[in-house]
Write a protein that binds this ligand. Structure first.
Ligand SMILES: [Zn+2]
Length: 120
């Protein structure tokens, strides 16, 4: 995770920042790690739901594509919201954010196509 004080990287098994000496409470650390895990899971899940939604559009299951793309959009926005607010490594943030962003784009496209073919 990232030090909330000086921003330098703290290894997962450390409870002190090597640079500024700030101590991290184990509870705070556990919270961040579990939020990080949830955001990571949601970002990949949103990608999976987005792909399923897109496949549903291709195979003309419009109703499925609408449902799956909404789940994908929900998961990706949850993931992006969480990931920008917690102190973790910048590189990790960018990767998880990108996965969620791709998931949300695919879901949004599937949603639009799903709606369009549902009502035409
Ligand atoms: Zn520090």
């Amino acid at each position: 995770m990232q030090c909330p004080e000086c921003g330098c990287d703290i290894p997962d098994d450390e409870l002190f920042c090597e640079r500024c000496g700030l101590s991290i409470s184990p509870d705070h650390k556990k919270d961040i790690l579990s939020l990080n895990w949830r955001a990571t899971r949601s970002s990949f899940a949103s990608l999976v739901f987005g792909i399923i939604a897109l496949a549903s559009v291709v195979f003309k299951y419009e109703l499925f594509s609408i449902v799956f793309s909404l789940i994908g959009l929900f998961l990706s926005s949850y993931s992006m919201g969480v990931i920008v607010s917690i102190d973790i490594q910048k590189r990790q943030k960018i990767i998880i954010f990108s996965v969620a962003a791709i998931g949300s784009i695919i879901s949004a496209i599937s949603f639009i196509f799903g709606l369009q073919s549902q009502f035409t």
